[in-house]
Design a protein around this ligand. Sequence first.
Ligand SMILES: [Zn+2]
Length: 287
Amino acid sequence: MELLFLGTSAGTPTRQRNLSALALQEGRDWWLVDCGEATQHQLLRTPLSLQHLQALFITHVHGDHCYGLPGLLASAGMQGRQHPLPIIAPEPIRHWLQASLALTGLQLPFELHFQAVEALAPWQDLYWQVQPVALSHRVPSFAYSFTERFPNVRLDLARLQRDGIPRGPLWGQLYRGLDPEYAGRRLHSLDYRHPARRIVVAGDNDQPGLLADICQQARVLVHEATYTEAVAARTGSRGHSTAATVARFAEAIRLPALLLTHFSPRYRHPPARYCLEDLRLEAIRHY
Ligand SMILES: [Zn+2]
């Protein structure tokens, strides 16, 4: 599984960074979370094909997360896509897309299978079980947790060795999900098998703590860090998180890995007054 950031800027694009869009890639199949304007231009620099886009998720209605949708869908049609495309998004996105398609005379050669995220209903395909979680922002905003449905079973070799479980038939039984007896005690296969991988991708949010439960099983959390604390204190963070807020949360729940994104366009590369490095340094002071 690879995560490909197609844009990491908040609000407006910069010369170096486009607006929010994240591709989850598994082989040639991929899933898209958010679709800021010009996401399809970013795709031209990748091997990703709109024919192999499995589903599209939108975290909230703000334009920097969805204005790329009509163009991307039109291009998918022109490239000959015919199989349906699932879209999981806030209900207003459905109305906006319907209006855009109708008013610009765009007839897609494939169906859109729309699921409103507000019901917080799970969605699944052959690869993922996806669970939405409600966040805190100026408009309804959501995270999506992606959990593998059919993980490749792998044994936790370090733990087997630490517990002195001898290599042989016992390992085979644990691998197959059985709970064999050894040295007078019952072994539980769940203790010795790596759990299914889970990735949580959050939309704009000023309360990372809302993700505490869903992140318990997560390998990685992708979360916005729009500002450093110094900038947020001066300008007001208006529904967003700082790098420090997210990092403290990640530390508190002992998250294995944290990926920050959605940085204010003021953060650039040196010698700019505000540097992207400031966000990273603030995060690692807490996590
Ligand atoms: Zn945003």
